[in-house]
Design a protein around this ligand. Sequence first.
Ligand SMILES: Nc1ncnc2c1ncn2[C@@H]1O[C@H](COP(=O)(O)OP(=O)(O)OP(=O)(O)O)[C@@H](O)[C@H]1O
Ligand SMILES: NC(=O)c1ccc[n+]([C@@H]2O[C@H](COP(=O)(O)O)[C@@H](O)[C@H]2O)c1
Length: 300
Amino acid sequence: MTLIVNDSIVEDIKNTLPKSRRKLAPTVSALSTPTAPPPPSPRSDRIQHLGMDSNFVEVPLPMDKLSLSSHESDIGCERNQMFIVLLSAGSFNPPTYMHLRMFELAKDALEAQGYVVIGGYMSPANDAYKKMDLLPAIHRVQLCELACRSSSFVMVDPWEAKQSSYQRTLTVLSRIQGSLCHGGSIKKESLKVLLLCGSDLLESFVIPGVWLVDQVSTICRDFGIVCIRREGKDIENIIASNEILQQHKSNIFSVDEIVPNQISSTKVRECIRRGLSVKYLTPDEVIDYIKVHKLFISDC
Ligand SMILES: Nc1ncnc2c1ncn2[C@@H]1O[C@H](COP(=O)(O)OP(=O)(O)OP(=O)(O)O)[C@@H](O)[C@H]1O
Ligand SMILES: NC(=O)c1ccc[n+]([C@@H]2O[C@H](COP(=O)(O)O)[C@@H](O)[C@H]2O)c1
């Protein structure tokens, strides 16, 4: 993993938006950029740092694969050790081996820098995200559960998917941090919750209207990002093109793919529609579930 330090060109990100980010359902406002989610209510913006609210559906954060007891956390504090929890927010429509690889790549890179990765979460987007062809969240949560069965540290947080409205990623990061630190089981000062993403998602940060500017600042400053290079996307240029990312570049970790892998959910869906095999693109359990429930055969 390299810490990005670069002042390079400013790109017109809108024109370089990857294909995977150009296909929101037509229900999304024409004024918004392609992946702009519906704006959350002012109320949910106001409460995002305050923990659980009565308007939220309560869902306990799974912790079965977390490799840390409170005792170890105390030791970590003494040794000035920083523990990391990774959050991958996405449609997972369906989850693929690359989604799982991202956690492995990030863990290796962070641990090479002395961090201790104690767990990771996949958070499938709420149905209100309304991306084209999006399966109902109930299926995507189940598919993610099946996908991460073989992982020793990746879990599914179904909280976002179970809410009655769209939830912004900052809210999900805050909820995870709050749940882990609640009751002092992990000390806030020895825990970093990082947003794990591909470079296409980082690119969307700098597209006006997709993210709230002050939320990008908060994510970069109070949390941090670990970004996996995707299909040759130049992470350094993306950071250099945006003042906020540039300001917080020391909190943005860039990870190179050791083995380039262009598996995407779109390609998996295409194969299924064409009746082609998706074996070795996603775990067998995921394939079996898709077959049993006859998913992705036609447009949703
Ligand atoms: N091959 C890949 N390399 C790097 N990052 C990836 C890759 N596939 C997915 N990601 C990242 O995983 C996260 C969740 O992605 P998402 O669920 O949208 O998958 P996707 O394959 O991009 O989906 P779709 O093809 O439906 O747009 C995003 O941060 C995305 O950048
Ligand atoms: N403002 C925001 O919080 C915001 C904006 C755009 C996308 N996202 C999230 O990023 C992820 C992107 O997923 P896809 O790559 O499947 O489009 C989703 O989880 C989505 O909710 C969040």
